[in-house]
Design a protein around this ligand. Structure first.
Ligand SMILES: [Zn+2]
Ligand SMILES: [Zn+2]
Length: 265
């Protein structure tokens, strides 16, 4: 059977202190939108920027909440449990997170150059301190290292560094070339993340040109809204999925206990 599925694997909860709405409200909204597979991927616990992520002491609470919703709504929607894990220089990634019994782990870079939160409007001033090409190269180097560490299933918002529309003068495909080859080698999946439509850049992550490169390299994709509120659940999915189709993608991927499942979309 080749049924089409609507997938949304990257969503947050109030346990990270920068999201609103209950997990059950997210699920009800997802059902309303006819999403078939909906995954939570809370910002994983880490001894860095702790205020804006799940606390280690709440890890079980988070997991039990999602698992009980999974059971409660099993006839309406497939709910998945995951984490979005920050990759940054230093020994921050917790074995408790990496060894969790989850469906998938998203690897993301939100900090470069020794802890600069480059996607946070609060620290936007720091773009002035460094050459924009170097910033982009540093970012993609961090993504490459994240991929090489081999701990993750999904590349989170591949070109998040474009968030404020500070674009390099060098060719982006050249900057990202090594990263894309590394994704291919790793067998990881790239998410088409719709949060970018809500940001100054005004488009999905990754850009069309990078997505075309992913397609050429046969890199699988998944879909995510990166919702931090109920109204963001599934937002702009149509734009993201029609772009993927336009590029040539016919399948997308989700995970069950770290195993890949392919489906039409
Ligand atoms: Zn967040
Ligand atoms: Zn993120």
């Amino acid at each position: 059977m080749n049924t089409k599925k609507r997938i949304d694997l990257h969503n947050h909860t109030t346990l990270c202190n920068h999201a609103t709405g209950t997990t059950e409200e997210y699920i009800q909204r997802a059902i309303e939108l006819k999403i078939d597979v909906f995954g939570f991927s809370e910002h994983a616990p880490m001894n860095f920027d702790e205020k804006y992520r799940l606390k280690l002491k709440d890890k079980e609470l988070y997991e039990n909440d999602i698992l009980s919703l999974k059971e409660k709504y099993k006839n309406d929607i497939e709910i998945l449990l995951g984490y979005e894990v920050d990759y940054l220089k230093g020994d921050y990634i917790l074995p408790e997170v990496i060894n969790s019994k989850v469906d998938y782990l998203i690897g993301s870079v939100h900090f470069i150059n020794d802890g600069w939160g480059f996607d946070n409007p609060e620290f936007i001033g720091q773009y002035k301190n460094k050459d924009i090409n170097t910033i982009w190269e540093d970012y993609f180097e961090a993504i490459t290292n994240m991929i090489k560490c081999g701990k993750f299933d999904i590349v989170g918002h591949l070109d998040l560094i474009k968030v404020f529309k500070f674009l390099p003068t060098k060719d982006i495909k050249t900057i990202a070339h090594t990263t894309l080859k590394e994704i291919k080698k790793s067998n990881m999946v790239v998410e088409i993340n719709s949060a970018g439509y809500r940001k100054p850049i005004g488009e999905q992550y990754p850009s069309k040109e990078l997505l075309e490169l992913c397609y050429e390299l046969n890199i699988p994709i998944t879909f995510s809204s990166d919702a931090h509120s109920i109204d963001q659940v599934g937002l702009n999915y149509e734009k993201a999925s029609s772009l993927a189709k336009e590029i040539g993608y016919k399948k997308c991927t989700y995970f069950q206990q770290r195993d890949k499942i392919e489906t039409s979309f």
